[in-house]
Design a binder for this molecule. Structure first.
Ligand code: FES
Length: 171
């Protein structure tokens, strides 16, 4: 397969994994299906890299022979795709009404204070990221926190350090 497209600062082995996937699709410049492949490729790219930063968007656009704006348009349309890096442990604090009323803001504040990051950010060691979510459907347990999908219910600010330690300890 001929070499195409400048790779940026992200790990070369991850680019290689993405290349293998895209190359397996055998997309040609005049292939009418190439835009149809875009979502599939973005899913795979996010799975491999964890997020879809600008340099990766440009790379994918070139590999699929489409314009960068089409790639960024699809990414901003679907909530699933993210352009920000996530931590190894993704902390999600529900900020839906029931959780908010039961003190979710104080819980979120405590995560921010201890980890020194805001929602949407990741710690410098890439271990933790925080997101504030809408109702996750477990209002009876409000306020609710999830870490990589594991649910913690009726969380108090005093429990936040313990939740972080649970994951930090395993490192
Ligand atoms: S509002 Fe938090 S789970 Fe529903």
């Amino acid at each position: 397969m001929e070499q195409c497209c400048k790779k940026g600062t992200l790990p070369a082995n991850l680019y290689q994994e993405l290349d293998n996937f895209i190359d397996s699709l055998s997309i040609k410049k005049d292939d009418p299906r190439r835009k149809g492949f875009l979502i599939q490729v973005l899913h795979r790219a996010q799975h491999i890299f964890g997020y879809l930063p600008e340099e990766l968007q440009v790379y994918i656009a070139k590999k699929l022979f489409i314009h960068h704006s089409e790639v960024s348009g699809v990414i901003s349309f679907y909530n699933y795709f993210t352009t920000l890096p996530k931590g190894k442990y993704q902390i999600s604090v529900c900020m839906g009404t029931a959780c908010y009323v039961k003190g979710a803001q104080k819980v979120l504040d405590e995560f921010e204070r201890i980890l020194k990051i805001k929602p949407g950010e990741v710690t410098s060691d890439m271990k933790f990221s925080i997101d504030a979510l809408r109702c996750v459907g477990a209002c009876g347990l409000a306020p609710v926190v999830q870490v990589n999908g594991k649910v913690y219910g009726r969380v108090t600010p005093q429990q936040v350090q313990g939740i972080i330690d649970e994951y930090a300890k395993g490192e």
